[in-house]
Write a protein that binds this ligand. Structure first.
Ligand code: BGC
Length: 242
């Protein structure tokens, strides 16, 4: 099936049509920048712009950076409180003129990695962590997703751990890749003790730069970068749009 996948991040919305059978992006992705926090109307307009860019009339899947229950937005840590309680599918359907399904952004990336990427054929416990503006998580056992795990909000030193080791923190605090990877190590060790994964996949923008930091991550579990790199969010959003 051909579905327009849109990944909402803290710095912008990225979208591309995807063939959900093969996981292939059918066109170069289109990005519309936003700032975080971002009002719902602004993000909806950006989604509308992406749909128009591809002249899209078919189904749309949207990965949202917060807890999504059905299509209701329950949290939006980095986009702002004005999102809470809104029906995401309704807002984005109005803006794009298409049928829309919603999913948490990290869950979307996880679906894509499990079907087409680093988690393919892995039947044990797989934990995908995305590091971007925040930290997202997706947990799978025997290939089945446990939705809306919010492991970026595990408390660490009195704050959500994403305030300690998201990729945005590296930039903001001017950390070297090694310093950031040491923070990631602290976090992954906490997660190892909580869910005992057989494999950890790291997604988000940092996955494409894994040669800079992966060597400094020292944990018991095998850690691999996402195979679809940053594309996992778009491809997974499209899978959720089926
Ligand atoms: C949100 C998650 C999201 C992650 C990555 C966190 O702040 O709570 O739902 O997956 O950021 O965007």
């Amino acid at each position: 099936m051909k579905i327009l996948g849109i990944d909402i991040g803290g710095s912008g919305l990225k979208g591309a049509p995807v063939d959900t059978l093969t996981g292939r992006q059918l066109a170069e992705r289109h990005k519309v920048e936003i700032e975080s926090p971002c009002a719902p109307a602004k993000a909806a307009a950006a989604a509308g712009e992406i749909a128009r860019h591809f002249n899209w009339k078919g189904p749309v899947g949207i990965g949202f950076p917060g807890v999504v229950s059905g299509s209701t937005i329950m949290t939006a840590a980095n986009l702002g409180e004005s999102w809470i309680g809104l029906d995401g599918a309704k807002i984005f359907a109005k803006a794009t003129g298409c049928r829309v399904k919603m999913i948490n952004d990290a869950d979307a990336a996880g679906l894509a990695e499990m079907r087409f990427g680093a988690g393919k054929g892995r039947h044990g416990t797989v934990l995908l962590i995305t590091a971007g503006t925040g930290i997202g998580s997706a947990l799978f056992y025997r290939g089945v997703l446990f939705p809306n795990t919010e492991f970026g909000h595990v408390p660490y030193r009195g704050k959500a751990v994403e305030k300690f080791c998201a990729a945005a923190v590296r930039k903001k605090k001017n950390l070297s890749w090694q310093e950031w990877a040491e923070r990631l190590t602290v976090y992954l060790r906490i997660m190892e003790g909580l869910v005992w994964p057989d494999l950890i996949i790291i997604g988000g923008g940092v996955s494409a730069k894994h040669e800079k930091w992966l060597k400094y991550v020292q944990v018991r579990t095998k850690v691999v970068p996402a195979k679809l790199f940053n594309g996992a969010g778009i491809i997974g959003a499209a899978l959720a749009g089926e």
